[in-house]
Write a protein that binds this ligand. Structure first.
Ligand code: ADP
Length: 446
């Protein structure tokens, strides 16, 4: 096992990794920008190193500062969390050159799955269904017109290097294609430094369902069931749950097996997530694979009984998985992402948490780096806390979520707590009638 892990992240996920290290008896090094000196991950770490000024480009994304911090403190491994450098193959390689273990998949897997057009091709090779479209970046507008004609409108243009819900354009008719094709390319170039785009059929009312996979270095690969993440705003997840109310055992098995097949073809190691869209006829299609721990991993932890972050560390240290695929999730878990944001404009709402009274009690888990009097800096992601509830069944998990949201009192900033109350009280939500259009409908119904 490692002796000392440097956590190359901030916020709730840095604290989550720290908790896992503490339970494993591994010492921790927190890194932080000057804006994060008061964050809990810094307070609880065995050692901490300031790696730069507030902008992430000069701190959390600064590879040389992170390597220096690891070398100065004698860390023998780095956990990247999610976001920042978590899907940066170059960082993983530099660590390897320095003799420091990267807690994550091999750089080649990160690179492969980071190119969504290539990942699609690999899914085809693995016999995993994909939506009709292109399996290589589009070379010209003419090609886009031709493919769109073949698959039928509406279609979606996506950046090969895309992520975080950015760089996607929906095209409903041919007359719009030329303009959207150009903007999508420009946007992709600007946001990701890579203008490559591909095209696929756009599904009108799908569910987003993803499978947690895990591999070890001895070639064993398993899945730990699904998470439903259909409740999204601007393609960003707001509420996630496990299991999905839409999956019967047979479909769960089929999706799980497809995800493991892809992981096998990619010779995947450590934690990963294979994302699918499920259409109204119960057919599923590969969307992309994320090569890191996900924000929504706690719901899987609760229904599988597996501590995914500890497992990541153990597998990176060379332990065998020692687990089989999860055939039957136990109970039900729901996660609400509590963001510091304005309820109307959805703009970030940083500032001081004058009151921060957190819920507890049976079946409630709260992952947060925040506390009363903590000041949320304006420089980073607006996620303040992940409120997760567990119940014997979906009904109990929802009742606990409703109660926990009611007992969560935050003053001093705006949060998404009230929006979550609306979601969990909505009759369609309670009936499990979900799709990626759910939020659009809820917000339009005001
Ligand atoms: P990102 O990597 O930016 O998160 P994804 O490819 O994972 O992008 O897609 C994010 C979301 O966009 C999905 O959860 C879904 O809501 C929507 N989406 C993506 N592709 C399609 C599609 N072909 N049809 C319908 N919705 C889609």
């Amino acid at each position: 096992m490692f002796k000392k892990i440097l956590i190359a992240n901030r916020g709730e996920i840095a604290l989550r990794v720290l908790q896992a290290c503490r339970e494993l008896g591994v010492r921790t090094v927190a890194v932080h920008s000057t804006a994060d000196a008061d964050s809990l991950h810094v307070v609880y770490a065995d050692e901490d190193v300031c790696i730069g000024p507030p902008p992430s480009s000069e701190s959390y994304l600064n590879i040389s500062s992170l390597i220096s911090a690891a070398e100065i403190t004698g860390a023998d491994a780095v956990h990247p969390g999610y976001g920042f450098l978590a899907e940066n193959a170059h960082f993983a390689e530099v660590l390897d050159d320095c003799g420091i273990t990267w807690i994550g998949p091999k750089p080649s897997s990160i690179r492969l799955m980071g190119d969504k057009a290539k990942a699609r091709q690999m899914a085809v090779e693995a016999g995993v269904p994909v939506l009709a479209g292109t399996s290589a970046p589009l070379s010209s507008l003419e090609e886009a017109v031709e493919v769109a004609e073949r698959v039928g409108y509406p279609v979606i243009l996506k950046a090969s290097a895309g992520g975080g819900g950015r760089g996607m354009r929906i095209v409903t008719q041919e007359s719009m294609l030329e303009a959207q094709f150009r903007t999508a390319r420009q946007e992709a170039e600007k946001a990701f430094g890579d203008g490559a785009i591909y095209l696929e059929k756009y599904l009108a009312e799908p569910r987003h369902i993803e499978i947690q996979v895990f591999g070890d270095r001895y070639g064993k690969r398993i899945h730990l069931g699904e998470r439903e993440c259909s409740i999204q705003r601007r393609h960003q997840k707001l509420v996630e749950e496990a299991p999905s109310p839409a999956l019967e055992p047979e479909l769960r098995r089929a999706m799980g097996e497809a995800a493991v097949r892809l992981a096998d073809v990619a010779e995947y190691e450590n934690a990963g997530t294979v994302e699918f869209l499920l259409d109204q006829d119960g057919k599923f299609y590969f969307m992309e694979m994320n090569t890191r721990i996900q924000v929504e991993h706690p719901v899987t932890e609760l229904v599988s009984g597996v501590d995914l972050v500890k497992l990541q560390i153990r597998v990176a240290a060379g332990e065998a998985l020692g687990l089989e695929s999860l055939e039957k999730p136990r109970g039900h878990a729901i996660e609400c992402r509590i963001n510091a944001e304005d309820p109307v404009s959805f703009r970030p709402s940083p500032g001081k948490l004058v009151t921060f009274h957190v819920p507890g009690g049976p079946g409630v888990r709260l992952d947060t780096h925040a506390y009363e009097d903590y000041v949320i800096p304006p420089f980073y992601d607006s996620l303040v806390a992940k409120l997760v509830t567990y119940g014997e069944d979906r009904r109990e998990a929802i009742a606990r979520m409703e109660r926990a949201l009611d007992f969560f009192v935050v003053e001093g900033i705006h949060t998404s707590i009230d929006l979550h109350k609306r979601i969990v009280r909505d009759p369609r939500f309670r009936a499990g009638q979900l799709s990626t259009r759910f939020m659009e409908r809820l917000l339009d119904a005001k």
